[in-house]
Design a protein around this ligand. Structure first.
Ligand code: ATP
Length: 441
């Protein structure tokens, strides 16, 4: 059956009142203005599963942009349209977002065996999606609100816990679906259906992943590693040969997996201790890329189109981490200022992979000493204090500040008064007319 009952009871019992009202309003407006609107995709999948998901995806016949423009006048909010894609995103006053897409039927003709039905357009739109569990939908138009759409037995697969593609060439058509399949498999504890797995392995072995632009690949990897079950998926991707296809043959797979797990644990520790991490995905990626050949690493990093400072931070990591590890693994004593000298130019996001790669408790202790204590040590002396002492602004300012910080780190001075005394005794004797007389200056 294509239409399989009505979901109104489920909608009323599982969705917040606000969302219910919103869906009804959208359906009324669609009906009044002569559009057909459907809630589809992950939102409907998770509604049936009883999993919270308030990212509402709506497909509109015939034109999502013109409908959304009418809707925004009616219910308010901020609309951004993407005419090239026939899509629009509505951001409501409470910050929640609704995505609108125009129903598309141009791409994949059905196999002849599938009977044509009334809902041809929406059916075609749903057919080009990734997995049966993501093809579920319901009608929003007021007279038929809640009518369930299940053209491809998605509900059955959802109940059986099965990830299944809609057609044989699905993974060839869009190889990022390979990563999506293992992401959903781990997230819901589902199984990739046997035939689907065979299609997938075929696409992997035929080097389809190499066809994907780095940027899209990185986006999917990021989605994968942002899941609670990200590492389960990563291991599965490794076992299926996916990681080798994306990053080139990884020699020591067990070590990479172990390092990824360590990164996961270290980031949890950081969270508990209030140490900030900017981008967890890039923390994992540093570890993965440390197992790659240099040309692949550079290609991947360039392909991601990162902001310059982020790119530079990653490059700094790959240039410097081995040298830093060599020093940090050395059991000799380092003063706090020496540790800061070694670690101070690495970002937090780089220190986590550095620690994971080291596999060493000594390194871990040293990095966390730096993260929790040493990196927070600062001095109280300001530029104006140096002016007052008679220094003229110049490179000497940062030199003094840096040396003051070293003294403070090593416990030789502890307050502003002592800082000023230290500056006076180390620098003032060489000062003449505001300038250092020493030939170095
Ligand atoms: P999540 O819960 O991770 O947000 P989602 O299913 O909502 O999952 P999105 O990435 O937001 O996933 O995509 C919305 C819908 O668009 C999906 O339900 C799926 O039907 C479809 N879709 C997304 N990416 C693809 C793809 N690569 N190929 C086919 N369909 C896709």
């Amino acid at each position: 059956a294509q239409i399989n009952g009505n979901l109104t009871n489920l909608i009323n019992s599982r969705l917040p009142k606000k969302v219910q009202g919103l869906l009804l309003l959208i359906g009324q407006k669609a009906q009044k203005e002569g559009y057909k609107a459907y809630a589809i995709g992950g939102f409907v999948r998770d509604l049936l599963l009883g999993v919270e998901n308030l990212d509402i995806d709506i497909v509109v016949e015939e034109n999502a942009i013109s409908f959304a423009e009418k809707l925004v006048k009616y219910i308010g909010g901020n609309l951004k349209t993407y005419p090239n894609f026939g899509t629009a995103t509505l951001t409501l006053k409470d910050g929640s977002k609704i995505d609108f897409a125009t129903a598309r039927m141009e791409f994949y003709p059905f196999p002849a065996a599938l009977p044509e039905v009334e809902e041809t357009t929406i059916k075609h739109d749903l057919y080009r999606r990734d997995f049966t569990i993501n093809t579920l939908g319901f009608k929003l138009n007021s007279p038929v609100f809640g009518d369930f759409l299940d053209f491809f037995n998605g509900k059955k697969d959802l109940e059986d816990g099965i990830i299944r593609v809609l057609y044989n060439l699905s993974f060839v058509e869009d190889p990022t679906r390979i990563l999506r399949a293992i992401r959903f498999e781990a997230r819901y504890g589902f199984k990739i259906e046997e035939q689907t797995l065979a299609f997938m392995e075929n696409a992997i072995n035929n080097n389809m992943l190499e066809e994907v632009k780095v940027g899209r690949m990185a986006d999917e990897l990021k989605l994968m590693l942002s899941e609670k079950t990200g590492l389960t998926s990563f291991k599965r991707a490794m076992d299926l040969g996916i990681i080798d296809k994306i990053f080139g043959e990884i020699e020591d797979k067990d070590r990479l997996l172990k390092e990824m797990e360590t990164v996961n644990n270290l980031m949890e520790i950081c969270q508990v201790k209030g140490i900030s991490i900017d981008e967890p995905f890039l923390v994992y990626l540093r570890v993965i890329l440390s197992h790659c050949r240099e040309h692949i690493r550079i290609k991947f990093l360039k392909g991601m189109n990162l902001e310059k400072n982020l790119y530079d931070d990653l490059m700094y990591f790959f240039e410097e981490y081995k040298g830093a590890l060599e020093k940090l693994r050395n059991p000799k004593f380092y003063s706090p200022s020496e540790l800061v000298e070694i670690l101070g130019d690495f970002s937090h996001d780089s220190l986590i992979p550095l620690t994971a790669i080291s596999g060493s408790n000594l390194v871990k202790r040293r990095v966390f000493l730096y993260l929790e204590e040493l990196s927070k040590v600062s001095i109280e002396t300001k530029g104006e204090d140096l002016l007052e002492l008679g220094f003229k602004p110049g490179p000497i300012f940062s030199e003094i500040m840096e040396n003051l910080r070293k003294e403070k780190l090593d416990g030789n001075i502890s307050n502003k008064e002592e800082e000023i005394i230290w500056v006076k005794s180390h620098y003032l004797p060489k000062l003449k007319d505001g300038v250092m007389t020493d030939e170095r200056y």
